[in-house]
Design a protein around this ligand. Structure first.
Ligand SMILES: C[S@@+](CC[C@H](N)C(=O)[O-])C[C@H]1O[C@@H](n2cnc3c(N)ncnc32)[C@H](O)[C@@H]1O
Length: 416
């Protein structure tokens, strides 16, 4: 089937229309003339698996990464950045039913502070687009930056010198599974976390990474293909630090941190601008990214989060910055007395707010809610439910994830 890609789908794939049928073609741009030779069905969608670009669209730009098109990490490097922003703004506007601007990421390469590199018999790099069994061998990741090249070179030397086996996902055999690299972009501190199956790691391991301030060895004893495990040993510092303006945060191999540090600065600044009053609830507080930042500015902050380790990290972050924010373990559906807070910040996972939490918000009627969302669909559903008592005062998009279809939103809601 041949034709012209008319626009991008929400998932960032080019849409080729054939009558009433749509085929989604990865790594294509609006205006490309393509011929699709094969496709597969995924849920209720048709996705091209073999296709040719017969005539490239004039809007295309040269991707910076030599692995683009094979690597499963980025989908949109061939789309000029202004177009990526327009695509994200229209996606947010469509779901929210109002015009939303998207704040560009201050950097569009070298911005990611974390990469999870697959170590497998098929390559050391990222999963090949559309597969779970194959990896694309890479020398560095431009989206992370130069230190990825240093780590990958050192890792390959270590593997060769020590004759180590690589993971075979189909057979669940081999020793080395992942290396996760994390970097404090504003502190220059680097962490490597080697994830293996159970076994003996040669003592020489840390000698290969003298440029890293924190070196970890974790063991994933399960068959599941995840890039974390139980910490077996570490060398150097137990944490690296990242700095957003004047606030320091600790990063541990098993803790989350916003992955684009440069744009995370804009995220915390925007949330701070929108906060009203003195007493703030940071719900789904994670490692305290918002809560600690706000406490440093004099707000009285409480945080609630379901993951005990994240709560421990958030309290450590408060202590590190000499502020009194209090974070505790709790679930969204069990929060009470929301009317005690002047502003409630919610930053839920992709599934959005728990229906019980929505009922409690509507019952307790806190004056102001700041909703931070990474999923426009659940955001818009939750906003309709809250619409009974809350009016949207302000909505902005932030591009935390250049070259991917994802977009973050901050919505300010006030009680009507
Ligand atoms: C999008 S992240 C928020 C991250 C946080 N704002 C930060 O920057 O570190 C969502 C957080 O919600 C937490 N979470 C997931 N389900 C939850 C629940 N039922 N109740 C409370 N927190 C939950 C997750 O552990 C995660 O830390």
């Amino acid at each position: 089937m041949r034709g012209v890609i008319e626009r991008l789908s929400d998932e960032g794939l080019g849409i080729l229309r054939d009558g009433r049928r749509e085929i989604l073609v990865p790594h294509t741009a609006p205006g490309d003339t393509v011929e699709v030779l094969r496709w597969r069905r995924k849920k209720r969608k048709l996705i091209a698996t073999e296709f040719k670009v017969l005539e490239p669209s004039p809007i295309r730009t040269e991707p910076k990464c030599p692995y683009f098109g094979r690597c499963g990490g980025c989908l949109l490097q061939h789309i000029p950045y202004e177009e990526q922003l327009r695509f994200k703004a229209s996606k947010l506007s469509k779901y929210m039913g109002l015009n939303v601007n998207v704040i560009p990421s201050p950097k569009i390469y070298g911005h990611r502070n974390r990469v999870d590199i697959v170590i497998s018999t098929t390559g050391i790099g990222f999963r090949r687009y559309g597969t779970w069994w194959e990896a694309v061998d890479i020398e560095e990741c431009p989206v992370f930056g130069d230190s990825s090249g240093k780590v990958l070179k050192a890792l390959r030397e270590f593997i060769e010198d020590e004759k180590l086996s690589l993971y075979d996902i189909r057979k669940n055999g081999g020793f080395l599974r992942y290396i996760v690299i994390r970097e404090g972009k504003f502190t220059g501190e680097l962490m490597v976390n080697l994830v293996t199956k159970e076994g003996n790691l040669p003592e020489s391991f840390p000698d290969y990474f003298p440029f890293a301030s924190s070196i970890y060895w974790s063991v994933n004893r399960s068959d599941s293909d995840v890039s974390y495990g139980d910490v077996e040993r570490f060398w150097g510092n137990p944490f690296i630090r990242e700095k957003l303006n004047d606030v320091l945060y600790l990063i541990h191999p098993n803790s989350f941190f916003q992955t684009n540090s440069y744009q995370a600065v804009n995220l915390v600044k925007k949330v701070t601008e929108l906060v009203d009053g003195e007493k703030i609830l940071d719900l789904y507080s994670g490692v305290g990214t918002f809560g600690v930042y706000l406490a440093k500015r004099g707000f009285n902050v409480e945080g609630i989060e379901i993951n005990p380790f994240a709560v421990e990290m958030a309290n450590k972050n408060a202590e590190l910055n000499g502020v009194k924010a209090k974070f505790r373990v709790g679930s969204d559906k069990d929060v009470e007395n929301l009317s005690e807070y002047d502003t409630v910040i919610v930053d839920p996972p992709r599934a959005g707010l728990h229906p019980k939490l929505i009922r409690k918000i509507l019952r307790d009627e806190p004056e102001k809610i700041i909703y931070v969302s990474c999923n426009p669909k659940t955001l818009s559903e939750n906003l309709s439910a809250l619409g009974e008592k809350y009016r949207v005062e302000n909505a902005i998009g932030l591009d935390m994830f250049p070259h991917t279809p994802h977009v973050e939103a901050i919505v300010e809601l006030r009680k009507v």
